[in-house]
Design a protein around this ligand. Structure first.
Ligand code: NG6
Ligand code: CA
Length: 501
């Protein structure tokens, strides 16, 4: 049971946590909510989750807040995970929720009640800053005009976003439905099948590259890095990869500062650790693990700067911070940045098998931290929770009930007051699904390659037969019990079929 309930849009007694009795109506403000969302960060990447790279700021959140060990992204890739997080609906219900090209239309219907709508309708100012990757515009999209629908049609009052990913064109920021910094005299053109005449590409002009692709990523070149897709023009608007962290941090702090005196919801969606990994030069070499490690150090420093500012502005005891990642880890995701060569004994996936793209645990089992000074107790929670639950759960926390189709109200678990999570969960990876219930992981048979047929060498969990794993005794999913436990297999299959149909 959540302890909050709304009164004229605000909250009532925090009960035991603040030491007041239910009769004693001390009335704290509803929390600001900050979702810090990493890209391609694995379960084992943070030092607080066993990693070797120093992440002191995120570790502080984990140590002083609730560190979840059984939390999941809804998918093993980005677009579907973000879809699940923002809508509270499993992404496998939406056929367009797959890794999108940079010129794809928006895949969330503006009529949908989103996480941002939830906050906005409760009187919060809302913003998304950073990676978007849910599509923009409708069928025809002119990058030189108003780019709608977009985040501002989905409940965000403000947006400053990467149009798609940092490895896809166009390499520009979009601020409130317009390409940021665009010179109308130099229009921006984007195409995903054909190059524009006379424009260099990574494939034809490797001499122009400072970072070489290892697979794909050999089309238009910007800043010495070739990307996915073709673009032309818009020169003044093109971002600088190395200052992206600083730019986004500055935007995030600006938004928070502006809203110091009123409730706010910020979805700060980091481009880090996605390829191309281009940390600012002041982070180059700090981890000894190459750009992937250094990008993580940079993101951690950004989190530190946000925390410091919250404290300086007196907002740290009034802000719920949630940190997680959109999918599991990948080393070589398309550029020769030495991620695999330099990883050493650091285990980005922790004890889990697979990685980004995989139906094995490492695809979707991600770090998840809840921090709210003075409210969320310190500790560790084994509650089973998915990012799809954030809508219903945060609805409880701010006293605004909301029940999208797949979102479970786990507000008490989210705030560390209960360690009971959901009973079961459907996971998704590149159009395939798996079932998780308690300690059981069920993976239906899928034809196809065992290992990513392109570069990253990740086990996808495809196979001819059902796979059944006991994650308690075998977190690394090495012993398939489907043959030895036919009754359990039957029961789980039936549950799974009922849930997906
Ligand atoms: C893949 C890209 C990969 C990454 C991924 C999306 C190639 C060969 N690989 O298609 O580099 O961009 O899409 O990542 O192009 S995600 O985190 O946004 O889902
Ligand atoms: Ca991702």
């Amino acid at each position: 049971m959540i302890l909050f309930r709304p009164h004229t849009g605000l909250l009532v007694c925090l009960g035991l946590v603040l030491g007041c009795s239910p009769q004693n109506k001390q009335e704290p403000e509803p929390p600001n909510v900050l979702i810090l969302y990493a890209d391609d960060l694995g379960y084992g990447d943070l030092s607080s989750y066993g990693g070797e790279i120093r992440t002191p700021h995120l570790d502080r959140l984990a140590k002083e807040g609730m560190r979840f060990t059984h939390a999941y992204a809804t998918s093993a890739t980005c677009t579907p995970s973000r879809y699940g997080l923002l809508t509270g609906v499993y992404p496998w219900r939406e056929s367009r929720a797959r890794v999108l090209p940079g010129n794809a239309p928006l895949i969330i219907d503006p009529e949908t009640h989103t996480l941002a709508d939830l906050f906005r309708s409760s009187g919060y100012r809302t913003a998304v800053i950073g990676k978007w990757h849910l599509g923009l515009g409708a069928d025809t999209l002119d990058w030189n005009g108003l780019i709608r629908p977009g985040p501002n049609d989905l409940g965000f009052d403000e947006s400053f976003i990467l149009a798609s990913t940092n490895d896809r064109v166009p390499t520009v920021y979009v601020e409130n439905d317009r390409v940021f910094g665009l010179d109308p005299a130099d229009p921006l053109q984007v195409h995903y099948r054909e190059n524009f005449e006379g424009e260099p590409t990574g494939a034809k002009n490797p001499e122009l590259l400072k970072l070489r692709p290892s697979h794909g990523h050999d089309m238009s070149i910007h800043n010495g890095i070739s990307r996915i897709g073709y673009m032309k023009g818009g020169k003044r608007a093109l971002w600088q990869d190395e200052t992206m962290g600083d730019t986004l941090l500055q935007r995030a702090l600006g938004f928070i500062k502006k809203n110091k005196a009123n409730p706010f919801f910020l979805f700060l969606s980091f481009p880090q650790l996605h390829v191309p990994r281009t940390p600012h030069p002041r982070f180059e070499g700090v981890t000894g693990k190459g750009p992937r490690g250094d990008a993580l150090a940079e993101m951690d420093a950004m989190v530190g700067a946000v925390m410091d500012s919250l404290q300086a502005w007196g907002l740290d005891s009034n802000t719920l911070i949630l940190f997680s990642s959109d999918n599991g880890p990948v080393l070589d995701d398309g550029y020769e940045d030495q991620a695999a060569e330099l990883v050493g004994t650091h285990k980005p996936a922790g004890p889990y098998r697979g990685g980004k793209y995989s139906l094995f645990e490492a695809g979707t089992r991600v770090p998840f931290i809840a921090y709210w000074k003075g409210v969320v107790p310190r500790g560790q929670s084994e509650a089973l929770i998915s990012q799809v639950d954030l809508m219903a759960s945060l609805g409880e926390v701010i006293g605004k009930p909301s029940r999208p189709r797949d979102s479970e109200p786990l507000g008490d678990a989210l705030l560390g007051r209960s360690h009971t999570g959901r009973k079961n969960l459907i996971l998704e990876a590149m159009g395939r699904r798996a079932y998780r219930r308690g300690n059981w992981a069920l993976i239906p048979p899928y034809p196809g390659a065992a290992i990513t047929p392109w570069g990253p060498d990740i086990e996808l969990a495809n196979g001819d037969d059902y796979q059944l794993y006991d994650l308690n005794s075998d977190p690394g999913q090495t012993r398939n019990l489907a043959g030895t436990l036919p009754d359990t297999l039957q029961i789980l299959r039936r549950e799974y079929e009922a849930l997906i149909n």
